[in-house]
Design a protein around this ligand. Structure first.
Ligand SMILES: *Cc1c(COP(=O)(O)O)cnc(C)c1O
Length: 502
């Protein structure tokens, strides 16, 4: 009810009460007004009703919700089920047009407005997390892997457009520092490139980028034949984030595009700082991250971001605006669902809530580390020393493997085998803990046509079996406590099974 209607209502109910009610409404309107005028993430989180008010107003501005609208086209945002309509706050037109995913929808002023606001508040959230000098972020309704493919396709198109008759063929190779997550590799082959795997180097417990090998490969294949280097920040221990600063410098030096898979890196200040340093000091064309892993929303979206104009207009920086290129490459309209989920979540947290989430994650990481250290020392295992991985932790499983030297892969998942520990944990509702038989199993696997030794361990010859856990956004101390309790039970049981087998 607007102030005019409140005036009209005076008399039906006493003026005093109407005034008070009207003030209550205008408090909510003011929050929305502040959002629209400041175009920033609000300081404090909003209550659900105010968020719904914004979404409601936006949906009233879309043609499918106009009173007396007669739709005679083929895309009128018609929704048969009220359940579906409610699930989407009656926002049915999606975002973008055939020409560009960021283009305004004439039939959907409200959805288009939400898209603009989301990009702004998300940009703010990224900066608060530690990502500085970033250009405007783009949310696409694709998960991380497909978003990487989209970025690579955009790159492909740009490289092809630079061809003249005399020019060499489009670079075909993508150098990729090994990470054992199938999506990463498939995102490269899906875009039609040939991935060249650069094995990692082991430094103590930690697996790091092999810069020398990257350098050698770049020269042996010839920089002109290489379209991009794809690096990864967030990953399972004992892998460390790639040395993206050195990679960025290498890319700048040789005129090669650099795409960073920062899947769940936004939640870590250290990783955000690393990305910032990489694009300040070298070349970064695109950084891709997932919406579900960083913002606690259902799977369905990814964020594409690149360095700001301030950085890209610097001399010596010859990078490509892959965010813009991906946005105009995208054929057709897109679902607005992923974007609306992110907007709702950010308005729910506000600036203070988002910062609190980030800080509490860092605290939970510390707590997980300490808990794992003390558990490890009580059972004769050690926490792998991976100081550069700010999210994932590894615990050696020597005592579970050493007594079963002859564990073959067929035995491994039976009682007493190392992966049996994984299923024991899973059966006790501990999800996300990974058991990797890096020493005892040596799993061979072919992914996207490439053969890997010891797939899952990021490395051919890791010296021990281990277990990983992650202190990711939303993980609580209680989760860690429960995990350690069940881990203790599983360790005991596992050792009993082993004794039976001896
Ligand atoms: C989760 C993850 C992916 C895959 O993401 P999807 O969102 O499932 O496409 C890729 N790389 C890394 C490092 C990941 O953690």
């Amino acid at each position: 009810m607007d102030p005019q209607n409140c005036d009209l209502a005076t008399g039906l109910v006493s003026k005093r009460y109407i005034n008070q009610g009207s003030q209550a409404i205008s408090r909510r309107h003011k929050l929305i007004k502040t959002l629209l005028s400041q175009r920033k993430l609000p300081e404090h989180g909003w209550d659900d009703a105010t968020i719904e008010m914004l979404l409601q107003d936006a949906s009233f501005m879309d043609s499918n919700n106009f009173l007396d609208n007669a739709g005679v086209g083929e895309r009128e945002g018609r929704v048969a089920s009220q359940l579906v309509a409610r699930r989407h706050y009656n926002l049915a037109h999606g975002v973008g047009r055939s020409g560009d995913i960021t283009a305004e929808q004439p039939k959907a002023a409200g959805s288009s407005l939400l898209a603009s606001i989301t990009s702004l508040v998300l940009g703010d959230a990224l900066q608060l997390a530690g990502l500085e000098d970033a250009g405007p972020p783009l949310i696409v309704p694709l998960a991380t892997g497909m978003a990487l493919t989209l970025g690579l396709l955009a790159l492909q198109q740009i490289l092809a457009s630079r061809l003249s008759i005399k020019a060499p063929p489009t670079p075909r190779y993508v150098l990729w520092s090994r990470i054992d997550q199938k999506t990463c590799l498939k995102s490269i082959t899906a875009a039609g490139f040939l991935p060249i795997v650069i094995p990692l180097q082991r430094q103590g417990d930690q697996l790091v980028t092999d810069m020398q090998s990257l350098h050698d490969k770049l020269h042996s294949l010839g920089p002109k034949n290489i379209a991009a280097i794809v690096s990864t920040t967030s990953c399972f221990a004992p892998r460390a984030p790639d040395n993206i600063i050195s990679i960025a410098k290498l890319c700048q030096q040789h005129g090669i595009a650099h795409i960073i898979n920062n899947a769940y890196g936004i939640q870590s200040r250290a990783l955000c700082n690393l990305v910032t340093a990489a694009w300040r000091r070298g070349r970064v064309d695109l950084v891709v991250q997932s919406t579900d892993k960083n913002f606690m929303v259902p799977v369905g979206g990814a964020i594409l971001v690149g360095p700001s104009k301030k950085i890209t207009t610097q001399e010596s920086n010859n990078n490509i605006d892959l965010v813009g290129a991906a946005s105009s490459l995208y054929p057709g309209r897109a679902s607005a669902a992923a974007m609306v989920d992110v907007l709702i979540t950010l308005l729910h947290w506000g600036r203070s809530g988002w910062l609190e989430m980030l800080v509490s994650r860092e605290n939970v990481y510390q707590y997980a580390l300490e808990s794992l250290l003390s558990f490890g020392s009580s059972v004769g295992e050690r926490v792998l020393h991976t100081p550069d991985n700010p999210i994932s932790l590894g615990l050696s499983l020597d005592t579970l493997t050493s007594s079963s030297k002859d564990t073959s892969s067929t035995l491994s998942s039976t009682k007493g085998g190392i992966t049996y520990l994984g299923s024991m944990l899973f059966n006790r509702c501990i999800s996300g803990a990974r058991v990797v038989g890096a020493k005892s199993l040596k799993k061979e696997e072919t992914v996207a046509g490439i053969e890997f030794t010891n797939y899952g361990a990021h490395y051919d010859e890791y010296p021990c079996d281990y277990l990983t856990i992650a202190a990711a956004l939303g993980c609580s101390r209680r989760d860690i406590d429960l995990c350690i309790d069940k881990l203790r039970v599983c360790f005991d049981e596992h050792k009993q099974h082993q004794q039976h087998q001896l």
